[in-house]
Ligand binder design. Structure first.
Ligand code: IVH
Length: 673
């Protein structure tokens, strides 16, 4: 009976270990989580009755060990070497030329190219196929014993070969080396979880993996999504192992170790370099951080014969990608006023080179970010520059603090115009809402004259800039008092051009109230809402006297938008602007409560996103309203249809997530029939 149970126990261990391997190494599980748990529970039950049977390779022995007091030292059976770096193709060829001179065989050598993962180098010891010890690299001679932590890493086989069917022979002693790391996706998920729990997030996958493996409580390590890839046999005794790098990778794989699947062998160095370069460009395609590729001479006997320079073997070279993350000092924080009035904090940095470009500034995203990450002036900060992305700050290097760093307070006034800044509920950004703010003037005028607004033809961004530069325009109302003589003084203006422009400005005085309200650029007020406001109030003066409560009677106006509207009209600068507009003859009136037509769309609400094939936005709106429907700016549960065009925005995803019916222009027309 006990015999039978014991053999069941052995079978369960082997089965679970194999499922583990399929899940964590091959990424190809064949049982559901439920079935897996069932097997594990059966195993745990047997172990509870027979604790004397438990062996270290039992899957239950991965986590749960007690925290250590400190890590013991481990002497490596052979030096754990490092690699010389090459920066670019020429550097790599220079390495090849150097080693070629030392040995004729190099001329005919093949190369294996592998990713150089940015993680923590670990050394794993197997005795009689059992995982018995795991260590950090340390100084290359002596490392730290982190066996209990490494046991929690499920990609590490506790017994090799993992698969019983594997024919591969295992030496009595086998010591392998690999790189432990956290995949990018898992790192992001971990940070997201921490953020949601209100806890501090981690800076990057590398530090997190290294930190998690080098702390004393294995339970904590077990909770981190650490995995690894192995690439080297450091030592073996009592059995044969292959003598080429390519075969070593195959061999390690057959034993059940996780091995990179992007390694390739080349007979020609230039091809190896070309392959490496494709990874530099497509670095983000790798599921983990790699700081380069390693080019290794495949023949390991030859590689060993070439010897070392210090700790760097001559037989391999690290082809480094330009760094994307560096640390530098945060000298100060500047505040920029963006096109929409958003204030963005910008880091002024001690100049630093990242990937061949000198970086002096980086974005800090928003003021909440500075607060959350506790970024202080004078901090050493980690800066990342990847591809075309603007460099950004990842966070402070807290350990590097001297105590002299200063906390930062966000501005309460716009740095460009001195007006108080505003915050809208539900948004992280702070805004300058002063329409006359010089930093925003260009964009304000641009918006004011744009097609959906006052539609002043012939007033492009260049001319807007010219007018502001010449101080002819200090707010949008100044457009209506421009004189021909003034325009003629500007570069590029002749009689005809000046007359045309003044003509279209004159014409704009007759634009509808909807358009004027849209043109004012009040935060949260788009074309559709402007139409509702126009119908409700009839003119700008009446609208300017309204209250937040009254505004909220209008469908689609919530407390945030109501407050934003009231605030806008309360500002003296904006009141002055309205007076000037009125004086210039811009004061459109509208029949109040103009009834909307009834039709097939009565009671239905539409949102339009993307570019439609035939309809412009205005056309689509007119079509829907003409059939009695309503058009709103944002998708909600109340939306009846989303009309989808090309290059849709986030409204599309939102509609999908809410299960809103999605139609195209043709279907919209069909519906109206
Ligand atoms: S080979 C002789 N291969 O890069 C063997 N190293 O300084 C020397 N690394 O600390 C190392 N991926 O931890 C090698 N595929 C790979 C690697 C790799 C990452 C790390 C290793 C070492 C550093 C080189």
């Amino acid at each position: 009976m006990a015999d039978k149970l014991l053999s069941r126990y052995e079978e369960l261990k082997a089965q679970i270990n194999e499922h583990n391997y399929r899940y964590h190494v091959l990424d190809a599980p064949i049982v559901s989580d439920l079935e897996y748990d069932r097997l594990l529970n059966e195993l745990k039950k047997i172990e509870a009755d027979h604790p004397e049977w438990i062996t270290p390779d039992s899957p239950t022995q991965r986590a749960g060990a007690k925290p250590s007091e400190k890590f013991e030292k481990v002497r490596h059976p052979a030096p754990i070497l490092s690699l010389a770096n090459a920066f670019g193709a020429d550097d790599t060829r220079a390495w090849f030329e150097r080693v070629k001179k030392l040995d004729d065989r190099v001329e005919r050598a093949s190369f294996v190219v592998e990713p150089k993962i940015d993680g923590l180098s670990v050394v794993l010891h197997y005795h009689d196929g059992q995982f018995v010890q795991g260590a950090t690299r340390g100084d290359g001679e002596v490392g730290e014993d982190i066996t209990t932590n490494l046991r929690t890493v499920r990609a590490i086989p506790l017994r090799i070969p993992v698969s019983k069917s594997a024919k591969t022979q295992v030496p009595k002693t086998l010591v392998v080396r690999g790189e432990a790391f956290i995949p990018n996706k898992d790192f992001e998920a971990l940070n997201k979880k921490l953020e949601e729990a209100g806890e501090k997030t981690y800076l990057n996958p590398r530090n997190t993996a290294a930190g998690s493996l080098r702390q004393l409580d294995p339970v904590l390590t077990a909770s981190r999504p650490i995995t690894l890839l192995v690439y080297q046999i450091v030592y073996s005794d009592g059995g044969k192992v292959p003598t080429s790098q390519w075969e070593i990778l195959e061999y390690l794989k057959s034993l059940g170790f996780p091995v990179t699947d992007v390694a390739k062998r080349f007979d020609d160095l230039n091809e190896a370099i070309a392959y490496t370069e494709t990874f530099d460009k497509g670095r983000d395609a790798l599921p983990y951080e790699a700081d380069g590729m390693v080019i290794k001479i495949d023949d390991l006997t030859l590689a060993a014969d070439l010897g070392f320079v210090g700790k760097d073997p001559r037989g391999a070279i690290a082809f480094k990608f330009p760094a994307r993350e560096v640390t530098t000092t945060l000298l100060g924080i500047d505040v920029e006023v963006g096109r929409t009035g958003v204030l963005t904090p910008k880091a002024a940095l001690e100049a630093v080179e990242i990937g061949g470009v000198v970086v002096r500034n980086a974005t800090l995203h928003n003021f909440d970010f500075i607060e959350e990450k506790d970024i202080r002036i004078g901090d050493r900060v980690l800066v990342k520059r990847a591809g075309e992305v603007i460099p950004y700050i990842i966070g402070p290097v807290v350990d590097a603090r001297s105590g002299k760093e200063k906390k930062y307070k966000p501005p309460t006034k716009c740095p460009a115009c001195g007006q108080p800044v505003e915050h809208f509920e539900g948004e992280v950004a702070w805004y300058c809402v002063n329409a006359a703010c010089p930093a925003q003037l260009v964009r304000n005028v641009e918006h004011f004259v744009s097609r959906g607004s006052m539609d002043i033809v012939g007033l492009g961004i260049k001319i807007v800039e010219q007018l502001i530069e010449a101080e002819l325009v200090n707010d949008v109302a100044d457009l209506f008092t421009l004189k021909k003589s003034q325009l003629l003084e500007l570069e590029g203006f002749a009689e005809k051009k000046a007359e045309n422009l003044l003509g279209s400005i004159e014409q704009a005085k007759g634009q509808s109230l909807n358009r004027l309200i849209t043109a004012l650029g009040i935060h949260g007020v788009g074309e559709v809402m402007a139409g509702d406001l126009a119908r409700t109030y009839g003119n700008v003066t009446a609208l300017s006297k309204t209250t937040a409560d009254e505004l909220q009677q209008i469908e689609g106006v919530g407390p945030n938008i109501a407050e934003s509207i009231v605030d806008w009209f309360a500002r003296p600068v904006n009141q002055k602007l309205l007076k000037k507009l009125k004086a210039a003859g811009v004061d459109p009136q509208m029949q109040k409560d103009e009834k909307k037509k009834d039709g097939v769309f009565t009671g239905l609400t539409f949102v339009v996103t993307g570019t439609l094939p035939n309809f412009s936005r205005d056309d689509a709106k007119a079509f829907i309203e003409g059939n009695g429907g309503k058009v709103t700016d944002s998708v909600s549960k109340k939306t009846s249809y989303l009309v989808l065009g090309e290059n849709p925005g986030s409204k599309f995803e939102k509609a999908q997530s809410l299960g809103i019916k999605i139609i195209d222009e043709a279907e919209l027309k069909q519906l109206a029939k």
